[in-house]
Design a protein around this ligand. Structure first.
Ligand code: GH3
Ligand code: MG
Ligand code: MG
Length: 641
């Protein structure tokens, strides 16, 4: 969870909760007429305002009915007090109205008065608190001009402090630093501890916004000391709120808890809603974020803070509360309620566009939470989209900061930019993680898909194997004779050519034996075609017995066979053995009735005188065929070679 963003945002809110940065001392000067008692009450009220608002209000109310009896200056002072009381009570619209009434009264003054500056500051603060920053700036500037012209250092410094606050609220850090430094230098020359406390407090907030927490803490401590010295109880409690926030910012949650509990104890008498709100919401945050978080306790403190939230008109207090609520509900795993709360925040923020940097950071933090919530609810696509949105906004803000970089706050801003850059990187990692999870969500589907792909691959592989096997069979079929299983004519001729070339190269002998079964048509005719087939098969088996391993035997056509005999000098003898084997075989296992089966053989060789180097395989085969024909003519069952 992005505590840093949240804390920054909260610091701003607390600064807005600060009581008016002003003194009423000037307002009660020169009261020459009216009710004398009021002047005494005014001193009393001014002290009570610092410690007990209800009592201060009650004291002032004594003069409500006798308002007309007051002198002009007393009436103006009355309005000044009342405006301040309403501001402290968080009733800014009333405070604004009272200050305006007071300013109307000042028109009757014969000469410019510091009361005008005071009333302008009060009204400006009311505007600031309800988010009317432009109107606030105008009132602060006019009040400041008047204080300067009247050479009042304290009110001049107070005006600068007010402007310093409005500047940092509107992202003008350079301007803020400049005017707060001016205020600091003026305050140094006075012995006004309230003023000194005020300047230090605002500088602390500015430095906290620039992520300079250590320096911010130094200013807060100084502010606290000055307010204590000036006996400004409420202001010192406000400073303690800021110190608590600083602890949160620094992740020192135990220290924050101590600080907030002290505030609550000390606030009992004061019972100031805004301070109690801040303290309880701070406790809620600390219990949520500490080492051993306790979301239940955090939620209880949040509910306590809600009681005090309702009584304030502070326009940012709702966003602050609902932001806290969303984060606590998330930790309580009440995810659907988180989504509802975030919808409320978004509605409020939508009315405040364009957002200041602080609120933009708050919005980015809320978008992140929303994404995480959708993630928990299993809406990964929504979670992913929100992270992209968050990344985009973070980048935009980072660019904006780079443009705003200025010499005076450059170091601080650079540190901030570096942080933002890191956040952008972190966010990118989150995006990647979410992409992975998005992918995992469809894992089942993908697994099925993979199985499907695997199956398809297997089918293809099987088809391929079948194809190869088919091709292999085809190849075999195309090289072997289907009936006898020896080489067919194609294979016979191919191998014959190789063997002849080889023999020629090695100048070795090469012979061709051609065999033809005698009167085979008759065998078919008398014994049947299938017996004829069996005779062909048996003949092959019988012949193979007489062949060497280098000889090559194949079916040339019909019932004609060829044997190639490389490096053989006794081809005629082998041919004679073959003829003899066939003639003398009983054939009882083949033929159905006694039938004389013989072959005629033609033998041709490369060593023959008729064969020369230019002659090829067909020449030899033709010669063997001619000799075979000769054997037929000579009466069959013989070898011619
Ligand atoms: P010759 O002694 O002059 O060779 O007479 P022949 O009857 O053997 O004549 P020829 O060689 O011309 O006849 C071949 C016969 O072989 C013709 C054909 O019917 C038969 N034939 C060819 N192929 C096959 C086969 O695969 N199986 C069977 N059963 N007969 C075949
Ligand atoms: Mg024949
Ligand atoms: Mg024949």
């Amino acid at each position: 969870m992005n505590v840093k963003l949240l804390v920054n945002f909260l610091i701003i809110l607390v600064c807005l909760l600060l009581v008016p940065r002003m003194s009423l001392a000037a307002a009660i000067q020169n009261t020459t007429q009216g009710l004398a008692a009021f002047d005494n009450s005014a001193i009393k009220i001014e002290k009570l305002i610092d410690s007990n608002i209800p009592l201060a209000h009650a004291e002032l109310k004594n003069y409500g009915d006798r308002f007309d009896e007051l002198s002009l200056q007393q009436k103006i002072s009355y309005q000044c007090f009342l405006a301040e009381i309403y501001i402290l009570k968080g009733q800014f619209h009333l405070a604004k109205q009272i200050a305006t009434d007071g300013l109307t009264l000042t028109l009757k003054l014969s000469s410019p008065s510091l009361s005008i500056s005071e009333l302008l500051y009060s009204r400006g603060f009311s505007y600031e608190s309800i988010g009317e920053n432009e109107l606030a700036t105008a009132d602060y500037e006019n009040g400041l001009e008047l204080a300067k012209s009247l050479h009042d250092n304290v009110l001049t410094a107070q005006g600068l402090v007010n402007l310093g606050a409005i500047y940092y609220l509107t992202d003008r850090y350079k301007n803020s630093l400049t005017v707060l430094n001016d205020a600091y230098n003026i305050a140094k020359q006075t012995d006004d501890d309230e003023l000194k406390g005020s300047v230090n407090s605002e500088l602390g907030i500015l430095y906290a916004l620039l992520d300079r927490n250590e320096q911010a803490m130094v200013y807060y401590q100084q502010a606290y000391q000055h307010y204590k010295k000036a006996k400004k109880t409420i202001l010192s409690l406000n400073t303690l709120i800021n110190i608590g926030l600083n602890h949160l910012h620094e992740k020192k949650y135990e220290e924050a808890i101590v600080a907030y509990k002290n505030i609550i104890n000390e606030s009992d008498d004061v019972a100031l809603n805004q301070i109690l709100y801040s303290a309880y919401s701070g406790l809620s945050r600390a219990y949520l974020k500490k080492k051993d978080p306790n979301p239940e306790v955090s939620y209880q403190y949040l509910l306590l803070s809600k009681q005090y939230m309702a009584s304030s008109e502070k326009y940012d207090i709702e966003i602050q509360y609902y932001t806290d609520e969303a984060f606590v509900l998330f930790e309580l795993e009440r995810f659907n309620e988180v989504i509802n709360t975030i919808a409320t925040i978004e509605n409020i923020l939508a009315k405040q566009m364009p957002l200041s940097q602080v609120k933009m950071r708050n919005r980015i933090g809320v978008i992140n939470l929303k994404s995480k919530t959708y993630f928990e609810l299993g809406h990964y696509k929504k979670a992913y989209d929100l992270q992209e949105q968050r990344l985009q906004l973070t980048r935009e803000m980072s660019n904006k900061n780079q443009i705003k970089s200025i010499a005076e706050v450059r170091l601080a801003l650079e540190a901030k930019d570096a942080d933002l850059q890191k956040k952008v990187l972190d966010n990118e990692q989150i995006l990647q993680k979410l992409s992975l999870l998005e992918a995992e969500k469809d894992q089942k589907k993908q697994r099925l898909y993979l199985v499907f792909i695997a199956l398809v691959a297997l089918i293809f592989a099987w088809l391929l194997i079948r194809l190869i096997q088919g091709q292999h069979r085809f190849y075999k079929a195309s090289s072997l004779d289907m009936l006898t299983g020896i080489a067919n004519r194609r294979k016979l001729m191919k191998t014959g050519r190789k063997l002849l070339n080889k023999a020629k190269n090695k100048q070795l002998g090469f012979s061709v034996i051609m065999i033809d079964i005698d009167r085979f048509k008759e065998i078919n005719h008398q014994l049947g075609h299938s017996v004829g087939d069996n005779v062909l098969k048996k003949l092959v088996v019988l012949c193979e017995k007489y062949m060497n391993k280098n000889d090559f035997f194949g079916r040339f056509s019909d019932e004609e066979f060829i044997v190639f005999l490389p490096n053989t000098s006794n081809a005629n003898a082998i041919a004679e053995q073959l003829r003899n084997a066939i003639e003398n075989y009983s054939w009882e296992d083949t033929v159905t009735k006694p039938f004389g089966i013989t072959i005629s053989v033609g033998v041709a060789g490369s060593n023959d005188n008729v064969f020369n180097e230019q002659d090829n395989l067909m020449t030899l085969i033709n010669r063997a065929e001619n000799l075979l024909e000769q054997a037929k003519k000579l009466g069959r069952n013989r070898v011619c070679g």
